[in-house]
Structure formats: C-alpha cells, structure tokens
Design a protein around this ligand. Structure first.
Ligand code: SF4
Length: 761
C-alpha cells in the first residue's frame, strides 16, 4: 500500500475537488492540500476535508448482514451472495425478469455504473433499472439534448467563468453546495463581470450577487420568458447568430411575446425594473452565461424551464461561442458519468439511446450477446420505486438511500417494505439498508481505484490509497459473484471483472463512437493529465459520433488544450502536448493494463486531446443548428389553496450531503448541522405564533414533518424552506410532491403546497 501521499478526488459532490491522501501511522489517511487540480486549487469544503472519517467510522459495516426473522444478523459473504442470487432467481422464475428491479446511484464510479447497467440487462434480463441521478439533473439533460443534441453538464471548463461578462445563476446555492467553486464567481466580479442570482431565498450565494431576483418557487419558466420578451422588445437579439446557427426562433419568439413583463411580475413577484436590469446586465457584455441547478430543474416542468433559459442564450447568441453558453451544475459526485454509462432506464454506455438499433448492436457485440436479447427502456426512478411490491418484487440497490431522498418518502418506504426481497450494498446501515433482507458492506472511495466524470465532463481518476477493512468488498466484486451465480446458464459468468481498469477498458470499447466517447481515455492518461474531457475518441478514430459539434479551439491561457482543435475536421496531432504525454512517467500505483487498451490509444502521437469546449463550430444536432423549443408558463402541479396556503421548497446545507448517510456520521459535520429546520419569514412566524427554535409542523397532502423554526427575512413570506438530509420526524421528503416532468420524469421537489401548525411539547 502507499507510503507517500496519493493524489485523488473527494467522494462527494460533482466538483470532484482534488486532494492528496497521506498515510497515518494508525493505518488511516488524512487529507492534505493538493494544488495542481485546476477546479479547486487546494480549496476544500468541510465535507471533503473530513471525508476520511467515514472510512474509519465506528458505524462502518464490515460484515454482510442477512435478515433472520425481524433482525439483521452477520453472515459470510457466500451466505449473503447466495441469498441474493436465490431471491432474484425466484422472482425471475415466478414473475419474469422485469419483476427484478435495480436501482443505482450518481455516486457510483463510471466502472460501477457501467457494470450495473450491464448486469441488469444481460444477467437479470430486466428493463427495470434506473438511478437516483434521475432526481438530480435529468431535466437539464433532456433540455440540453433537445436544444443542442448533446448533454454535457458544462460545455466549457469552470475556468472560463471569470472571463465572461455576466453569469445568471438560476436555482443554485453554490456557497453551500460547492463552496470552492465560488472562487470562479469572485474572480468574475473582480474582472468587472457581473453575477445575477435567481433564487426564492436570499442565500449565501445570492448575498454575493450584483442582482438577486427572488421569484416565487416554480415560476422560473415565466421569469425566463419575461426576460426574453424584454430582450426582443428592446432589440437586443442577435439576428445574425439566430439565422446562421439556430432553428425554431419564430415559434419561441411568439411564445415569449405572449409573456408581458407586467404579467410575469404578477406570476413571479419579480418587479419589472429588476427584469429590465437583468436584461441590461446580461446583454451588454460581449459574452455571458446561464448556469442552472436543481431550482429550475426539480420541477414538473423542469425540461421546459431549462429550455426557456437556453432560449435566452440562443436569442442573444450566447451558446457555442467562446466564454459564453448554457451549462448545468450537476450535483452528485459522478452525476455526469453516472448518466452516461447505462444505469439510466433509457440509455446504453456512451450515452447511447437504448432504442437505437445501431447502439444496441454495438453494445451487444461488446457484451457478447444477441442485440435482440437486450430489454427495452424501463421505468424512471420514482416510477420504479412506486412499482415496488406490485410489478417489481425484488430489488438490488447500490449507492442510494431513497427512504430519505425520494419524494413522497413515507410512501416509498412502505413500497420498499412490501418487496418480496431487497438487497442493498452500502458502507453504513442507511435507512434503506435497514429494511433489506441482505446488506453487503462495500468499499469506499479511498479504498478502491475508479473513474468519475465531474460537472465539466472532465473524466478523473480516483486512486486507491488505503486497504479496505477485513470483510469489505467492492461493488464490482458483488456483480462478479452474482453473475457467477445467476449468469452461468447463459455463459455470462466471466463477463464481470473485479479489476476497475479492466472494466474501464471494456467501457471504452462500449462507448466508442457514442456521444460520450471515452475510447481515447486510459487510466494512464488520466494519471498523467489530471483528467481528460469527453468526447475523446481513440487515436485515429475521426468518425466518432462524439465529435459532432465538438471543438476545443478557443484561446485560453487557463487551459493547456485550448488550441488543440478537437473537431473531427482538425488533425488531433496538432495537440502539442501529445508527445510530452508520451514521455511522462506513469504513476507507480497504477496496475498494468490488462486488456492492452493503452497501446491502442497511446500508440504514436495521434492522441485525441479531449474536448474542453463543445459546440464552437456546430451543435450536435443533425443540421448542426441549435433548436429553440417554444415553451409557455404553466403553474406548479400543486398550487397553494385555503387548506395548504404556503409553498415549501427544499435544498441542502453546507455541512451535509444528499441523504446524509455518510456526512451524518462525521462528528464535525453533525455538530455544524445537527438536524433539520423550517426556515420561515418573520411575518409568517408571527401569524403562526412561532418563535425561533419552536417546533413547527409542516403538513402536505402526503404527510407531516416537524422541525424547529428558523426565522429569517432572507426567505419570501409565502414560502418555507427545509433541508432534506435527515430521516425521521423532520424528513422533508415526507412532504414533497412526486408529480413528474413529462419528458425527464423529474419529480417536483422544489415546490408544493403545505400548511404550518404549532406543536406543543
Ligand atoms: Fe469539493 Fe464538493 Fe468535496 Fe466539498 S463536497 S470538497 S465542494 S467536491
């Protein structure tokens, strides 16, 4: 094992901050600053700094558990795996393959996400696989596909932000979710650029904005339409760009012109002068960006809402141009890679469509199966969870805790309890794992090697720095063993290697030619280059579908690949760094290449440099043009009424991460954020008769949650906010509405109707 520091990445959010792990005499590791990774340059938030505590947590699972009557008791790995194989086999025999469900997570490495999708489709033969990333960025992904023909969270590196003229940040509280990223926005303002934040709350991020727009939750779509109306009315559109690089403008323009600023003010609560000021700030500079996060995306009209913000970029010529564009700030650690490699209900590796015959043929060939044997698309995440106990009888779950994180969580908890069989792989006994028939203790980030893809589309290598505890095995080992038990009759038992690099080599082949083409990326390159942006076709492959619209040719002093010209019309050998990379020394910790794939990608100097910036020449649509999508305002699925007169919105706090399964086990983070709260305006608190810290019940049509009042004038008087990291009485997702976006199938986490009650204790 390592005796010196190991460069790696944080296990939590999509920024994937770089860090070094230094061995401790006790056998553990500590986090040491790593300044060579350009995203964070050494900065970390408290979650990243304390991440090693989860490795040695006293509540860490170190033995498989199996249910014996009502309790979970320790078992051997063979006993536990046999029980899972038996449970899944029985379901498949009695009810058919689609009665077996698989649920993954946006925290799984690319290798695990790939193996899980393959396992579900060829070993279980089920179409019923999806993952919690559906709850994260699926609306932005759907809108990006519609408009640009390709979804990559950010189509440019974060390092471009300080050099643009204006950023509109919609529904993102970066100061709490990704603190090190604030540096880019601070530099933007130091350089004379401006920051507009759109958020119903005056968050710590909004405090730093030049202009804060505070719309009523769920009205961001109308807000974007009102801004576009003013842009047209004030003659600020870029007609040359619209004519040369887009289609569908007339319909989108007509839809926007039906949304008069005064009408938009009535819907959103944002005064017309603020709309005019936002338009001026956005349109006057040479370049500008719109970045969205969960605020506009987690809505039952999330795809249209993001589409409206993209329309704003297209009408002003702000997409596919240097230092401009639309981007989504993906949330989970591998939210980007997790959606590219096959654990999503409708996709195959390489971000290919499951219904595309050519994609099925290609992937089936890599997997050694008949394309016709691959199942079709399955249910989306909430629909899959909602079908547990009825259509779906058994579930294998990895890297997710839906008892806390799913909408209408009490109902989902009941669905999980109604299953014939539930198996969960996790590092601690999460609230979901506690319901399982079998729990498998699996390795964590620093105990295994694997790749993730951060919010910029930068593929990264997480390296093993520590030996896992006795009794703990990797998720890849779990799939290997289950395939041996369930796939032998179809000759599939050998298709699930446990070595992550071997899995990655197969992933490269499976993704080759797809939109998210990783075929030119190797562990060696990742180690040498500090990450590689996809698409990155293998050497000599100039026909990759990934190259549509991809061009890294923008002048950038901040990016060493800036002038490398990754367009398919440009010889990648123009990359002056290629030869240097050939000579660079390998990280001694890396295992040998098991599949010979390195030789394929690295032979000679014709190495594709990766693609930091997309769309500069053309978009990834068939005709190369971006598509306006005409959208109109519509209300949230559940408007307040006399019975439920207040809006609830949910989100995160800086010291906790997602369902809190890991961060709630870290003393320092727990001390900083020990439990849920209800944030409400003083006027609302006065009407309720609640003082600071008083328990307040928040009641929706789906249930009731109780948490202490936190009274602040930074929130709208018609809205309350709850963070969603905790189970039990204060579980925010007991209240949230599972109304789904018709395109992305995203639930409406961000707005539902509630009433407030005081609680006597
Ligand atoms: Fe960086 Fe996110 Fe980890 Fe914090 S949680 S250190 S912002 S990657």
């Amino acid at each position: 094992m390592q005796t010196t520091s190991t460069p790696t990445h944080c296990p939590y959010c999509a920024l994937q901050c770089g860090m070094n792990l230094s061995p401790l005499p006790s056998g553990g590791v500590e986090v040491v600053e790593r300044t060579d990774f350009p995203v964070n340059r050494g900065a970390l938030c408290g979650k990243g700094r304390t991440a090693p505590e989860v490795l040695s947590s006293r509540v860490r699972l170190t033995s498989p558990l199996v249910r014996s009557e009502d309790t979970l008791v320790p078992a051997t790995w063979d006993e536990a795996l046999d029980r899972i194989a038996e449970g899944l086999r029985r379901t498949r025999t009695e009810h058919g393959p689609d009665a077996c469900g698989v649920f993954g997570g946006g925290g799984l490495t690319n290798e695990k996400a790939y193996a899980l999708g393959k396992f579900a489709r060829i070993v279980l033969g089920t179409s019923q696989i999806d993952y919690n990333g559906r709850f994260c960025m699926s609306s932005a992904a759907a809108a990006g596909m519609k408009a640009f023909g390709l979804d990559r969270g950010l189509p440019f590196p974060l390092e471009d932000i300080p050099r643009t003229g204006c950023v509109i940040l919609v529904g993102s509280n970066l100061a709490e979710t990704m603190p090190p990223s604030l540096r880019f926005f601070n530099e933007l303002r130091e350089n004379g650029g401006t920051l507009i934040v759109v958020d119903p709350r005056r968050t710590r991020t909004a405090e730093q904005a030049d202009l804060h727009l505070s719309p009523r939750p769920g009205t961001d779509l109308a807000l974007a339409l009102g801004l576009l109306h003013l842009i047209v009315a004030e003659g600020r559109t870029d007609e040359t760009y619209i004519a040369e690089r887009t289609s569908g403008w007339e319909e989108a323009r007509a839809a926007a012109m039906a949304h008069w600023p005064e009408y938009v003010e009535r819907i959103t609560g944002v005064p017309v002068p603020q709309l005019r000021e936002a338009v001026r700030m956005f349109c006057e500079p040479e370049s500008a960006m719109v970045l969205t996060a969960r605020g506009p995306e987690q809505q039952s009209k999330g795809t249209d809402t993001v589409g409206a913000w993209i329309n704003l970029c297209l009408a002003t010529g702000r997409a596919g141009r240097p230092l401009s564009g639309y981007g989504c700030l993906t949330g989970q650690g591998n939210g980007q890679g997790g959606r590219e490699h096959g654990q999503k209900a409708d996709q195959l590796p390489g971000y290919r469509k499951l219904v595309d015959p050519e994609a099925r043929r290609h992937v089936a060939e890599v997997w050694g199966v008949d394309p016709d044997s691959l199942p079709g698309p399955g249910r989306s995440a909430y629909e899959l969870l909602d079908a547990l106990g009825t259509d779906i009888k058994s579930l294998l779950l990895m890297g997710s805790n839906p008892v806390v994180s799913a909408p209408r969580a009490a109902h989902i908890e009941e669905r999980l309890r109604s299953l014939d069989f539930l198996a969960v792989a996790d590092v601690v006994l999460s609230e979901t794992a506690a319901l399982a028939d079998v729990v498998l203790p699996v390795t964590q980030w620093a105990e295994e090697t694997g790749t993730t893809t951060n919010l910029e589309g930068r593929v990264l290598l997480r390296r093993q720095a520590i030996t896992p505890p006795e009794g703990v095995r990797s998720d890849l080992h779990v799939m290997h063993e289950l395939a041996a038990r369930l796939g032998s009759e179809r000759g599939l038992e050998k298709g699930f290697p446990t070595d992550p690099e071997e899995v990655f080599e197969e992933l490269r082949r499976a993704s080759a030619g797809g939109p998210a083409d990783y075929s030119g990326i190797t562990y060696r390159r990742l180690a040498e280059e500090n990450g590689v942006f996809w698409p990155c076709p293998a050497a000599g492959d100039t026909n990759s579908g990934a190259n549509h619209g991809a061009d890294s040719g923008v002048d950038s002093s901040a990016d060493s690949h800036a002038d490398s010209g990754a367009d398919r019309n440009v010889d990648p050998r123009a990359d002056s760094n290629a030869d240097d990379r050939e000579d660079a020394s390998l990280d001694a910790a890396l295992p040998d290449d098991p599949a010979g794939g390195r030789a394929e990608a690295d032979a000679g100097a014709a190495v594709h440099p990766g693609t930091p910036r997309l769309f500069l020449d053309r978009f990834a649509t068939e005709d190369g043009r971006a598509r306006f999508v005409p959208v109109s305002h519509r209300a949230i699925a559940e408007e307040p009424d006399n019975e439920y007169p207040v809006l609830l919105t949910t989100g995160r706090v800086v010291a906790q991460y997602q369902s809190g399964a890991q961060t709630r086990r870290v003393d320092e983070l727990n001390a900083a954020a020990p439990g849920p709260f209800v944030e409400l305006h003083p006027r609302l608190a006065e009407r309720l008769g609640a003082a600071e810290g008083d328990p307040v019940a928040v009641v929706s049509r789906r249930g009731r949650a109780v948490a202490p009042a936190r009274i602040t004038s930074t929130i709208r008087p018609d809205t309350v906010f709850m963070p969603f990291h905790w189970p039990g009485e204060g579980r925010a997702n007991t209240l949230t509405n599972p109304a789904l976006d018709p395109t992305s199938r995203m639930p409406e986490f961000k707005a539902c109707a509630v009433r407030l009650e005081t609680v006597r204790r």
